[in-house]
Design a protein around this ligand. Structure first.
Ligand SMILES: Cc1ncc(C[n+]2csc(CCOP(=O)(O)OP(=O)(O)O)c2C)c(N)n1
Ligand code: SF4
Ligand SMILES: [Mg+2]
Length: 291
């Protein structure tokens, strides 16, 4: 079992003091400790943004890729070595803007990867423009007053559910222990898992602060009468609840065959175990067939 010290990165985070990303980093490490996931067993693929720098600040396999393209690259990595835990970690702009179509296809395929999304409702790295999850009316440099943002926000958990995700959850960066449990369970889950994380950006989002979220969040499993995470209709209702009350926890979890389950070529071995094809004469013969 790795310790928190084993997972310590060489670089110190450059995030602003108080940024919710510090809590997410802690939660990822805690999940690895508590769920016994060694650094060599996990690949974290990220896009571009403040949150996407996360694997640089810990000891793990990390692949920092292109804006919005972390999910297809994670999909390729998973198919090449389906014995690896593969997780994407990126912001709301990256994942629910440019990367949204990839999320929907990963969900319908039920590829066995996990996406953790640091949702701070702004583009943090590029200095605070409004993002796909900014509420209508949000005033930023790119959504000026009096109207502010004129679009309705994306409701990512509802979209993931409709698209076919088999694990849909929300965490809060202020509670890394609770979030780590969601991450650990998502990694062990067989199928596509989305965890939306309420992640305050203390520099550019002065509305959705730690206090703003703390006054609203509640854990679904603690609500009167309990909660059944296999009930799709209930999950869809919770996924759209936003404003006065914001649910966190596992909103939905069911079993369905994964994308990899349907691929005969990787049932016995992962592709990386098969090695490089070295029969040059055979390769030449195949080439000639296409000449
Ligand atoms: C193709 C492309 N378009 C735009 C950008 C500029 N860009 C870099 S980060 C970013 C938004 C980041 O926002 P988010 O994903 O929410 O991450 P945060 O910084 O808030 O963690 C944008 C638009 C880019 N790097 N590449
Ligand atoms: S700009 Fe916002 S999201 Fe980026 S490091 Fe600072 S507080 Fe965090
Ligand atoms: Mg963001």
């Amino acid at each position: 079992m790795p310790s928190m010290k084993d997972l310590q990165g060489r670089d110190r985070p450059t995030w602003c003091p108080g940024c919710g990303d510090h809590g997410v980093l802690n939660a990822v490490k805690l999940a690895m400790v508590n769920y016994n996931i060694e650094p060599h067993q996990l690949l974290i693929v990220t896009g571009i943004g403040c949150g996407s720098k996360l694997p640089q600040y810990m000891w793990v396999n990390g692949l920092h890729t292109l804006h919005g393209r972390d999910i297809p690259i994670a999909t390729g990595a998973k198919l090449a070595n389906h014995k690896l835990y593969v997780m994407t970690v990126s912001g709301d702009g990256n994942t629910y803007g440019m990367g949204l179509s990839h999320l929907l296809h990963a969900a319908r395929r039920n590829i066995n990867i996990t996406s953790v999304v640091q949702n701070n409702q702004v583009y943090g790295l590029t200095k605070g423009q409004y993002s796909p999850t900014s509420e209508a009316g949000t005033v930023t440099k790119t959504s000026p007053p009096p109207a502010g943002a004129i679009e309705q926000p994306v409701r990512p958990l509802a979209l993931a559910l409709i698209a076919g995700a088999t694990f849909v959850a929300r965490g809060f960066a202020k509670d890394p222990r609770y979030l780590s449990d969601l991450i650990g369970k998502a990694l062990l889950h067989r199928g596509y898992a989305l965890i939306d994380v309420l992640q305050p950006c203390v520099t550019f989002n002065r509305v959705n602060t730690y206090d703003w979220y703390s006054e609203r969040v509640y854990k679904v499993e603690e609500q009167p009468g309990g909660y059944d995470p296999t009930d799709f209709a209930a999950a869809l209702e919770k996924a759209q609840e936003w404003g006065e009350r914001i649910p966190i926890g596992i909103l939905y979890q069911v079993e369905r065959p994964t994308y990899e389950d349907h691929l005969p070529a990787i049932q016995e071995h992962s592709l990386v175990e098969l090695g490089v094809h070295r029969d040059m004469a055979e390769l030449e013969r195949i080439k000639q067939e296409f000449m």
